[in-house]
Design a protein around this ligand. Sequence first.
Ligand SMILES: [Zn+2]
Length: 306
Amino acid sequence: MKREAVVGIDVGGTRTKASLVTVEGQVLTETVTPTPPRLGERDGERLGDLAAHVVAELVQTLEEPAVLLAVGVVVPGLVDEASGIGVWSANLGWRDLDLRSAVAARVDVPVAVGHDVRAGLLAEHRLGAARAASNVLFVPLGTGLASALLTGGELVTGAPWAGEIGHVVVVPDGPPCGCGRRGCLEAVASAGAIGRRWSEATGLTGDAEEVARRAAAGEPEARRVWTEAIDALASVLAPVVAAAGTELVLVGGGLVHAGDALLVPLRAALDARVGHLGDVAVEAAALGDRAGSLGAASLALGLVGR
Ligand SMILES: [Zn+2]
């Protein structure tokens, strides 16, 4: 009997990651491919082509053929999961695009559409660092900055802007943000912003990990940029933690490679704000950049009742 499987696809601003997973949850093969530019143009035709290409590539690498039951696609930005509509993505260039139809027209199986960060939290909850927790705030810190919330073991979907904490203003008239406004959390505390702000202040080039190293070594400009980022992040996370009864703040994305240089001061900054309310743990996510595609596969499995 042929094995039954699903494919989870995580469409990022620059890279698209995909996983082929059996209905028993075994990851058989994975792939990473560049995300084509202007993906949102031509009514989602390019997105459909990308999904079909990725699925074909994964299926080809299998030693034994499998029956494809469903596909899950997760994207950044504002997503209406119920209707499968990509409401808005600045990076991928769409507004009100019917993602589900665009992909389903090419892959010929049922398609689930989700938000990349919520799907990542789903994967961390089922397979990763949030397995033992039911009240979790997941914050991947990378080029951008968004969040996802699990309360009572259930993902909070809310309105399409759920999780978009990166565009909460933390410094009025602060640094410009990709969304067109100024002083958003993403423009102060994302990995991209940390490297950029330090480079602007010093004339040197370096990424956020470099800033973390220099901050730990006591360099004043690096310390200033790093501390401002952590304080801004804690100031936005703390009210969410208090409102939602969060027990675990799970930090993911590229910046988590900074390790204790990030986790220790973030723990302290959150503790200073909400520590008297209860025990809030701050930990590193476990699945790295596979969380999105594994979460997308979970959505696909859910679609076929697995
Ligand atoms: Zn913004």
